[in-house]
Structures are given as structure tokens and as C-alpha cells.
Design a protein around this ligand. Sequence first.
Ligand code: DP6
Length: 336
Amino acid sequence: MNFQLEITMATLSNNPVTARAHTNIALIKYWGKKDESLIIPYTSSLSLTLDHFYTDTTVRFDESLSTDQIIIDGQIPSEKSRQRVRDFLEIVRGKAQIAIPASISSTNHVPTAAGLASSASAFAALAASASKAAGLHLDATELSKLARRGSGSACRSVFGHFVEWQRGTNDADSYAKPLPDTGLNDIRVVALTVERGQKAVSSRQGMHLSVTTSPYYPAWVKTCQADLLQLKSAIEKGDFTRFGKISELNAMRMHALTLSADPSFTYFNGQTLAIMNLVKQLRHQGTECYYTIDAGPNVKVLCQQSTVAKISATFAQVLGDQNVIIAKPGPGVQYL
Ligand code: DP6
């Protein structure tokens, strides 16, 4: 072992690194992989990073360990989750050319109640902490590519506010980048919980089934590109009405893929539909708001600072205060 290597290893084993990443809500959805192993999507997507929900992850590479030690929210997670983290660490070790086990401790400040995917903030925080702890100094673009390997939506959580994941065609050109500052900074997301349980069909399974069996998938790829261009122009112009309409429409187009898959499935339940109707009712009564829904029954309402109090109060009456959380645009990955 030469001197240089000794120094590197000493740094690795004594240097725990903690990173924080916020979750994001997609307005133009990512739904389908062209390459399932590298996580290259069929379409580009666009999201808003949220301030209220985040994951803190600490990683330390430690030669005294015989295997990776993984703790999530104070507990040893399921074998499936551990394997997903180990697979990701293998990518980091490969890049850093090390073969040292790591200890990982991660805390999600993403209430499962909010129905927001924690895999986006989880893999963005893990990518940032593990790469730095391994001695890699990745810029934000490289970090986004790395986070993408853990979970597609995680590549967007590297950045704050509005973020576009440019689909690319390979590992080198599929990554996210932030949109320039816009006039829509007063945007608010009201996260509504209608169900707290685990979803029956994971987004990974759901998108696979949609790609392989929905006859409408090619139409999705085509319309998604047009939706994305329109949403970007609405954001640039600060046009909330167009922004809301396109976001809502794109979410419904994604959910049409689940209904048209074989076997068909849906993430909606009765309450999801009731809330969608209530959003439309509020809109028709002059309180402008729109909905978007991910791979689960919970609904996120898009509105502006001027209407958020009224909208959250309306939903609190229906669902109870504890099921209504207001979020604002949030920051990109940070080291703590
Ligand atoms: C509906 O990023 O969780 O939230 O890449 O398989 O880990 P994997 O999927 P994931 O899917 C997110 C799906 C979505 C839409 C979105 O966030 O764009």
C-alpha cells in the first residue's frame, strides 16, 4: 500500500458525511423507463422541490465493518430495501474504486401520511452523502446522474424549486437541471392525505406494466413532450392558470396509462375522486386551484399564496387538520 492510498483510506474511515435532500412533486410526470437498469426514462419530466419534506442521511465508509450497516428511521429496513441501498452503494464504490463497507443512517422527515414519495429525497441524500464520504467530489450534474441510478425522481431532488429532468439517451446525458428563476415563486402545494397505507402497486411496477401493456403508451410519450414545453412556457411567463391546467392534465394522462394497462389498475380510491371533484368545485366558484396525483391515492393541490389559507381550511374541514400539509418551493441538496 503506498502512502497516498493510506491517506485516502484514513480519510474515508474517519469522515462521516451528512446530506439533506428535499422531496419533489412532479408536474410533468416521469412514467416509464427505456432502460430499466440505468433508469433512463422515455420522457423528460418537470418537478417542484418542496420545503416541508426531506431526508437526512449520514454515510461513513469503515474498514472495520464486514458488511454494510443500514438504518432507516431508527430501524433495520426490509431485505428488499437493504438490497436497493447496497446496489446503490456498489455504484458509488465502483466510481470511487474502493471496496469498503459503509454504515448508513437515514431519517425521513417525509410523513408517510403526506403520501409523497420518499425515494426521491432518500436517494438524493444518499447520493450526496455516500459520494462525498467515498472521496468523490461530484458537481451537481454528476450528483443528479448518480441519484438517478437509485430512483429516477431522485435526480430532480438534487436541485431546488422548478427542475427539469432531461431524459437523454444514456447514463451520461440523462440528468436534471434547475429552471431559471420565475414569477411563480408564490406557488403552494397543499398535500392531502386520504390513505396512509403502503401502495399495492409500486411506481416501479406500475410504470413497467404501463410501458409493456398499455396501447396508449406511445401517445403518452408524444403528448408528454408537448405538455412539458407548454408548462415551461407557463412557468417562464408566470402564468398560473396555464401552469395549473397543464399540470392537472398531465397527471390525468399518466393515470390513464394505469387504467389502460393489462391487467388494469388504478391508484385512485373513492376519496381521491371526491377530492378531485372538490378542487374543481372550488375552481368553478372562483378559488383557483388544480390537482396532481402520483402513484398513490393522495392528492396534492396546486395553488398560490393568496388562496392557500382558504383552500387548506376547506380541505381540513373534510379530512381533518392532520391530513392537510402546506408546502412551499424548497432548496436543493445541502451538506450539514
Ligand atoms: C409518479 O422515481 O419512484 O412519482 O425510478 O422506479 O424509483 P423509480 O421510480 P420513482 O417514480 C416516480 C413516479 C411518479 C412521477 C414522478 O415523480 O415523476
